[in-house]
Design a protein around this ligand. Sequence first.
Ligand SMILES: [Mg+2]
Length: 249
Amino acid sequence: MMPTTPRLRALTFDLDDTLWDNQGVMSRTEAGHYAWLDDQLAAWLAQHPGEHRRFSDVISIERYQAHRQQLARQNPLRRGDFTWIRERALVELLEAFGLSRTSAWLWAALTMPRFHAWRLQVSPYPEVEPLLQSLTRQYRLAAITNGNLAFHRLDLSRHFEVIIAAGEMPAPKPDARPFLATLGRLGAKPAETLHVGDSWKEDVLPAIRLGMHAAWIAPHAEPDPTLPEGVHQLSHVRELPALLAKLGR
Ligand SMILES: [Mg+2]
């Protein structure tokens, strides 16, 4: 008998809060690169004559965060490009602190690699490496993230044929374009593809609108018997093999 739905051939994955818990990473990244800038800038200024205030005494981390939000509002097309927003915010705030434009650009450029180094300090759930390893035997894998971590620098990224940084396209999820670009590059039809992600709005909805299947990672949600067709609720990515086995029957 012919199956009623095409067999799944490809899996696309969200990263943050799907393959690892991102909460601690973001707070450590935020505090870590800001403290690095504050310390290094203070040491540099100390070599110059005169009294110098510390960057963190003039520009609080809250002001830095508020300035990024303001830049995102003022630049709607770049709103998902968090690297651009962050570097621009640093330049403007370093100028507001009193540096020349050239020095502000220099210090912002020196700080961004520190940001990216912290941002990469993710700890994938222990099940993830063997899970991806075994999935590659049967499926083509892609990653679609709105986050700005340099994922290709993680060993884990070797399992993915396609990695799309949607925020830098710039078309952050729930925009359909990163999904369409991924399907195109995998050569997979939507009905043959399952997207795995934790966000209802940014992962599940755009995937099912395109006719993909979706695995919704919802650790804190009650099981919902009224989910749309094609949506499967999981409490952890480790439950994915059981779902795939069920769908493959
Ligand atoms: Mg996510």
